[in-house]
Design a protein around this ligand. Structure first.
Ligand code: C2E
Ligand code: MG
Ligand code: MG
Ligand code: MG
Length: 289
């Protein structure tokens, strides 16, 4: 620790910190065996075209069905492995599982796309593209674009050149890359212009606040104008109510995701959910859809 802090400082033994580190070590050990024992699963949250009342795809969100602790959300374990090789293993599993699921749905007559969240450390792996291509190659019946990857805006800023190469290589395989939690990372417009991401996901903090806070709305307006100018799509996260959807539609943001549409669903509930949503979409169906 002395080294990490610059070498000149002396750090005394901190029992609390030591305990925390030991716990993280234990958790990592359990994640490793959990992966081997198939304890992880993906939940699928719909992304919809609010204007046309159509489902455009699903975001795959990892869950851990822990034998003793029950169903764990990613906040309970992903942060502990972000800086560890395990996050690469988990991410590789998630890609494989998502395309397998998409192929299963296709076989059942449900044609949809799935997006997977990719950690910074994972996408910088030299064999990432090779693995991606391997996973897609297992299911040649899947159309290009069935898989999409989400990367964080903050990642893109940190390793700009490598991330730009990554996006280009994914696109060459027909896999679009979108920028998640956009608006939280202070990336300059110049950076965005040079990163060929297909879409920006507006961070849920702005969307959640937009009904009460004119500044949140102003941020959204600004991002929409810029995205349009750059020829990028936008999708709003955190659409918690029909009123949020109304407000977004009024600003010209037609794509949305959030609890007001649906919470993340077990895979088996996806096909009936699509049918139900499209039968009676909450925002109706605009002309020309
Ligand atoms: P994210 O990619 O920004 O995913 C959106 C998160 O917001 C999800 O939480 C989702 O359930 C939640 N959410 C969706 N709509 C609403 C809403 O209307 N209101 C509120 N309050 N929340 C909403 P979740 O599933 O707990 O995931 C949290 C984060 O964990 C994700 O944020 C993503 O960064 C990370 N994550 C999830 N799955 C994976 C994975 O497979 N690999 C990696 N590396 N990270 C993952
Ligand atoms: Mg995401
Ligand atoms: Mg997000
Ligand atoms: Mg997030």
């Amino acid at each position: 620790f002395a080294k990490r802090a610059g070498g000149s400082q002396v750090h005394f033994f901190d029992a609390g910190q030591a305990l925390e580190e030991q716990q993280e070590l234990l958790i990592r050990d359990r994640i490793q065996s959990g992966l081997a024992n198939h304890e992880f699963l993906l939940a699928y949250q719909p992304k919809v075209d609010m204007q046309c009342g159509r489902v455009i795809g699903f975001e795959a969100l990892v869950r851990w069905q822990h034998p003793e602790r029950g169903l764990l959300q990613p906040s309970a374990f992903v942060p502990m492995i972000e800086d560890h090789e395990l996050v690469e293993q988990l991410g590789d599993w998630a890609i494989g599982e998502a395309v397998r699921q998409a192929a299963d749905w296709l076989a059942a007559g449900v044609k949809t796309s799935v997006s997977v969240n990719i950690s910074p450390r994972h996408l910088l792996r030299p064999d990432f593209i090779e693995r991606l291509s391997f996973h897609l190659g297992r299911f040649p019946q899947l159309h290009a674009g069935v898989l999409e990857l989400e990367i964080l805006e903050t990642t893109a800023i940190k390793d700009f050149a490598a991330v730009a190469d990554f996006i280009v290589a994914c696109k060459a395989l027909g896999v679009p890359v979108v920028m998640d939690d956009f608006g939280t990372g202070y990336s300059s417009l110049t950076y965005l212009r040079r990163l060929p991401v297909t879409a920006l996901k507006l961070d849920q903090s702005f969307v959640r606040g937009m009904l009460e806070d004119p500044e949140d709305e102003a941020i959204i307006r600004g991002i929409l104008v810029m995205a349009r100018g750059f020829g990028r799509k936008t999708i709003a996260e955190g659409v918690e109510s029909v009123a949020h959807g109304d407000a977004l539609l009024a600003l010209g943001c037609t794509l949305g995701q959030g609890y007001g549409i649906a919470k993340p669903l077990p895979a088996a509930e996806v096909p009936p959910w699509i049918t139900e949503f499209e039968r009676a979409p909450p925002w109706g169906r605009a002309e020309g859809c």
